[in-house]
Design a binder for this molecule. Structure first.
Ligand SMILES: NC(=O)c1ccc[n+]([C@@H]2O[C@H](COP(=O)([O-])OP(=O)(O)OC[C@H]3O[C@@H](n4cnc5c(N)ncnc54)[C@H](O)[C@@H]3O)[C@@H](O)[C@H]2O)c1
Length: 432
């Protein structure tokens, strides 16, 4: 098939490369020349494991092409995917301006053959109907078009694996012809198929993300109980998670959820509820607990670091990505800067994105141990694998005071005690 993707971020570029790898002829439309030039040269712009290799392979095979020109791509495409960003507005709604803008442009360039417009961007219920209206209003008379909502569930850091091995593929669509085309496109990929209406598909995505955020906030709420009572949150959640009705996966206490999806999607669902006159206190509480988890962690740093020189390891909102959007690190660094802390940071791939936020107000290191010189506290904010079995002896020798404040519970408190560290983690007894 010939396909077009609009948007070349974590969703657009990964999916475009995979579908090109299956033998499809894929166009990717961007909106800045500089980025299109980089992509043409094989630079994926974002960091996602395995993506550079997949991009190079498909560029070489001429199966993926990048352009700014809608007319080059849209008229010959059977399916056009919208994969642009839908960030929060100041009020918390999903900002749909890019979605509607590209829908208008698509409409003007449709060819004479039937085209399916498939929205992968996460959008509130009713958005795909609006896309449909825009297309009907703006398209030429001889074109026929259908809209499908195909929400995306990939996780940054394992996006290629997730796209090839999804739990489910959701296709929300009123047109059988379009649904059949999308089913055929996904044929090489396993996973349950859920073919449904537009509204259900849109709501499935928000429900999934709100549930994931709930699991994290619930784990954090229980961690507050553990810290006040001397219980151990990992033991509590391990035991509770053995109940098959509950499960342990994603119930991770820590410094709270971040990234470009969970925070904004919880806010957008809250706003959707408000507009529908539905009580959304529950969703607001999920968000509030998340903020509390971050504030509570900041307080641990303020209370325990012996000087104002501290080190942070891990800046991205999760491991294996360079994405720092709404990462807890941004919130925590800002709070420490307000309190006049001097901060040295290390992250395997997130440094350049954090530099755009903080410039020279913090110090950046390419070596984790280098960042520890003279430091009074090592603060762990992302559970990168390379932090799990570090040389703890070397850490202790390099730091001014052997204090670790671990926001991801990656070290064993007994080992910390044996090695002579002060160790504060989340929902577990501190080693003083
Ligand atoms: N990142 C994830 O893990 C993930 C997972 C599932 C769903 N989603 C959803 O998918 C959508 C895209 O997310 P993402 O993480 O890929 O975003 P992103 O910010 O990485 O990429 C967005 C892309 O849209 C492009 N874009 C914006 N405006 C444009 C315009 N007018 N014309 C052409 N291109 C334009 C940007 O250049 C960029 O390439 C969002 O709705 C998001 O909520 C994201």
């Amino acid at each position: 098939m010939t396909l077009t993707f609009i948007g070349h971020g974590y969703v657009g570029l990964v999916t475009a490369c995979i579908l090109a790898d299956f033998g499809n002829n894929v166009w990717v439309i961007g909106h800045t020349q500089e980025k299109i030039d980089r992509l043409k040269k094989g630079d994926p712009i974002i960091f996602e494991p395995g993506l550079t290799e997949l991009l190079h392979k498909n560029l070489k095979a001429n199966r993926i092409r990048f352009t700014l020109d809608y007319d080059q791509a849209i008229p010959q495409s059977q399916i056009v995917f919208i994969a642009v960003g839908t960030p929060s507005t100041n009020g918390g709604d999903a900002d749909l301006s890019a979605v509607f803008k590209v829908a208008k442009r698509i409409a003007k360039h449709l060819g004479t053959e039937f085209t399916t417009i498939s929205c992968k961007s996460t959008v509130p219920v009713g958005t795909n109907k609006k896309i449909e209206s825009i297309l009907q209003a703006e398209k030429g008379r001889n074109t026929s078009v259908a809209v499908a909502s195909c929400p995306e569930f990939l996780r940054e850091g394992s996006a290629i694996y997730d796209t090839l091995n999804p739990d489910r593929i959701v296709i929300g669509c009123d047109s059988k012809k379009a649904a059949d085309l999308l089913l055929e496109l996904h044929r090489p990929i396993n996973g349950k198929r859920v073919v449904t209406d537009l509204a259900s598909a849109e709501l499935i995505k928000y429900t999934a993300n709100a549930m994931l955020a709930t699991k994290i906030s619930f784990a954090n709420l229980i961690s507050f109980f553990c810290e006040k009572t001397g219980a151990d949150v990992e033991n509590v959640l391990d035991a509770v998670g053995l109940d098959k009705r509950i499960g342990r996966i994603f119930m991770d206490p820590g410094v709270g959820y971040g990234g470009s999806c969970l925070p904004k999607d919880v806010r957008a669902l809250t706003r959707m509820g408000f507009n529908l006159n539905i009580n959304t206190d529950f969703l607001e509480n999920i968000n509030d607990i998340n903020i509390s988890a971050q504030k509570y962690f900041i307080q641990k740093i303020l209370n325990n670091a012996k000087s104002k020189k501290v080190t942070i390891w891990g800046l991205t909102f999760k491991p294996n990505t360079d994405d720092v959007r709404e990462a807890p690190s941004l919130f925590i660094i800002s709070a420490l800067l307000k309190n006049k802390y001097k901060i040295s940071v290390y992250d395997p791939v997130g440094i350049s994105n954090v530099k755009q936020e903080f410039g020279d107000r913090i110090k950046y290191f390419e070596d984790p141990y280098g960042a520890l010189q003279d430091s009074s506290a090592l603060i762990i904010l992302t559970e990168w694998n390379e932090f799990r079995q570090v040389d703890l002896g070397k850490i202790k020798k390099t730091m001014r005071h052997p204090l670790i404040i671990d926001g991801r519970n990656i070290y064993n408190p007994d080992l910390m005690k044996k090695l002579g560290f002060k160790y504060y983690s989340v929902g577990r007894k501190p080693i003083k």
